[in-house]
Design a protein around this ligand. Sequence first.
Ligand code: FAD
Length: 427
Amino acid sequence: MHHVILGTGVAGTLAAETIRRLAPDHRITMIGDEPSPLYCRPMISLLLEGAARPSDLPLRPPDGLTRLGARALLGQRATAIDAHRRQVHLADGQTVAFDRLLIATGADPRSINAEGLDLEQISPMRTVGQVEAMLAALPRVRRALVLGGGLVGFKAAYSLLRRGLPVTMLIASDYPLALQVDATAGAMILEELRRHGLEVRVGVEARAFEGRKAVERARISDGSTLACDLVVVGKGVRPARAPVPREAVAVDLGILVDEHLETTCPGIYAAGDVAESVDLARDTRWVNALWPEAVEQGRVAGANMAGRRVTYPGSLSRNVIRIFGLDLMTAGLVTPPAAPEFDILSGLDRRLGTYRKLVFRGERLVGFTLVNAVEQGGVLTALIRSRTPVEGPRARLLAPGFNFAALLTRGRQAHTLPRPAAARATA
Ligand SMILES: Cc1cc2nc3c(=O)[nH]c(=O)nc-3n(C[C@H](O)[C@H](O)[C@H](O)COP(=O)(O)OP(=O)(O)OC[C@H]3O[C@@H](n4cnc5c(N)ncnc54)[C@H](O)[C@@H]3O)c2cc1C
């Protein structure tokens, strides 16, 4: 049995390690376009900030794949998958045959529509190579521009500010982290960022970049011009589905997978940021591009490829971030659609600078936002995951010191998860 794994990120690597553990005699080939084995992708912003060293990032030794007994084709890009002939085509013309295939290609940064994007010192922040290039340019940078107020844009802006650079963030929405939080929490985050010197311009976009070799200025949609020597494009990500054969493998936003992480083509699996599975809070298909989900999916896909029957329970979106002096934690559905089945309970304490928002669907907690009051976030996450009904009057839940752990131990728990209601997704 020959397993081929596309992508040497966390999902691909954990799948390979699981296969090796469960099926020691199976052959494994790993194909990845980055030159190094697994590293901690979420930490690349700490490298930019100067809070981590390059040696802190690797999660496996340089010869880790060889020690695993896997053939490693690193620095190689897969261009196409022939599902019928069971082959992967690589950019250098090689063809690799497979019995079982895992697509663990992660996500690609969303591109933007602007002129001058080919100038130097304009880059997304997805790989350690891109951050190393930014670090090499830093001595020449006097002013940085970050496009996008999502998680990656936010982390880039924060890191560059900590480097002592003046940073401007351009966001199309009214506040940063608009996919993660509502307007109330967004306003608190915006205030905190501005208080610490970040210039945030909302409702605008970059239209063009100008410079001789490297970027020198940006032209903004409101007609203004901004001097900048480094531009980080952080406009979100999309599942990296480029080599996927659409006639054989169904895709929506991500690659559709069943509870065993197998795609619609038998013997081809998908895991990590590229896969679209079931969201536990939404009860529908969703792409939750998160490190812990990629870890779990890699393990489950690897076990199933090795011949076990392991079920992936579904994913849950969640974020825990410290923004200077502000702690933010969110999970599940934080801004539900306006529908009678949803009930929102929220409390803002301006004096303490805290905000708590709980989102219910019927009796179940399906999402929350906590600003500067994150102590019970773990228990709230467990309430969502366990689908524990929250009975009794709701107002008491916002009382200071209310013990959510008691709900978790007392409530009835549903042990079977529903199938997804519809095929729908977003990043
Ligand atoms: C700056 C930053 C901060 C983040 N912070 C957090 C955080 O705080 N918490 C959190 O949960 N998540 C965070 N994430 C997201 C997290 O890193 C991802 O969810 C996780 O890395 C997904 O793992 P993966 O294995 O699915 O994909 P990836 O890590 O993207 O790995 C996929 C690999 O496949 C390669 N590849 C793609 N296409 C091809 C191809 N055609 N041929 C060959 N190779 C290919 C890619 O280059 C990559 O090496 C962050 C991400 C970034 C960029």
